[in-house]
Design a protein around this ligand. Structure first.
Ligand code: GAR
Length: 248
């Protein structure tokens, strides 16, 4: 399967991949339903049968599929083989839908280079990820815990194109929130998640509007958002995160 479309310039068709509660998925669904998202969520895929995100999709009439990675891992000789088989199943599902972009939204699996190749578009792959930390700090599965336990005074969230590494792909947008002295990890997580919901939708809209450019700088691919309102929008997001805790 080889899909070639321009990076943006139209309403996007999305596949959203989840592993857990799916609050980011819910935020995208809500924005799509209220006309605030220049995208349609065509299909939801989870690697786990117990992911609540599947339930959320079904409630909104979105086709939802479980590709049981654990089963493949039990059945296959190696993890790589298991992932290959699971990804084949995912690609077969996606072929039934016209999907421009895959949005990882709390999907706790790496995607393989051969999966990514199916979404190649010039310098990037049309696969997005939301990460709960200010990359390149704190990659991996515990962005909020790592940020908090390190003693950071600001946390951040990142939306990036996925590449072959773990949380190493070209950064599209980031926003930060304060961490105050008496905050708990749960307060920090909630503050960050609210920012995730806004930033992910914003990035989808920027891509759909053709506002995201990728250029090669040395060995790196660098992204720029060309929306004239870019700095205003980011400033507003950060200010909102500040005001959410103005008691301090
Ligand atoms: C979100 O915080 C997301 O950024 C994170 O998992 C959470 C999923 O929450 N993703 C990662 O850590 C990926 N490395 P959700 O299921 O409620 O959207």
């Amino acid at each position: 399967m080889d899909m070639h479309i321009p990076l943006g310039g139209k309403e996007l068709s999305l596949a959203v991949f989840v592993s857990g509660s799916g609050t980011n998925l819910q935020a995208l669904i809500d924005r799509a339903e209220s006309g605030q998202l220049r995208a349609k969520i065509e299909v939801v895929v989870s690697d786990r049968a117990d992911a609540y995100g599947i339930e959320r999709a079904k409630r909104h009439g979105i086709p939802a599929f479980v590709v049981n990675y654990a089963d493949y891992i039990n059945r296959c000789a190696t993890r790589a083989e298991a992932y290959r088989a699971a990804e084949m199943e995912i690609l077969e599902i996606l072929e039934r839908f016209e999907v421009d972009y895959v949005c990882l939204a709390g999907f706790m699996r790496l995607v393989s280079p051969s999966f990514l190749q199916c979404f190649r578009d010039g310098l990037v792959y049309r696969v997005l990820n939301i990460h709960p930390a200010l990359l390149p700090s704190f990659p991996g599965m515990h962005g909020y815990e790592d940020t908090f336990s390190y003693g950071c005074k600001w946390g951040g969230v990142t939306v990036h194109f996925v590449d072959e590494g773990e949380d190493t792909g070209p950064i599209i947008a980031q926003a930060v929130y304060p961490i105050w002295p008496d905050d708990t990890i749960e307060v920090v997580r909630q503050r960050g998640l609210s920012l995730e919901y806004e930033l992910y939708a914003q990035v989808v809209n920027w891509i759909a509007s053709g506002f995201v450019r990728a250029i090669k700088k040395g060995r790196r691919t660098i992204c720029h958002v060309t929306d004239p309102k870019y700095s205003l929008i980011i400033r507003n997001l950060v200010e909102k995160a500040m005001n959410a805790c103005s008691v301090h």
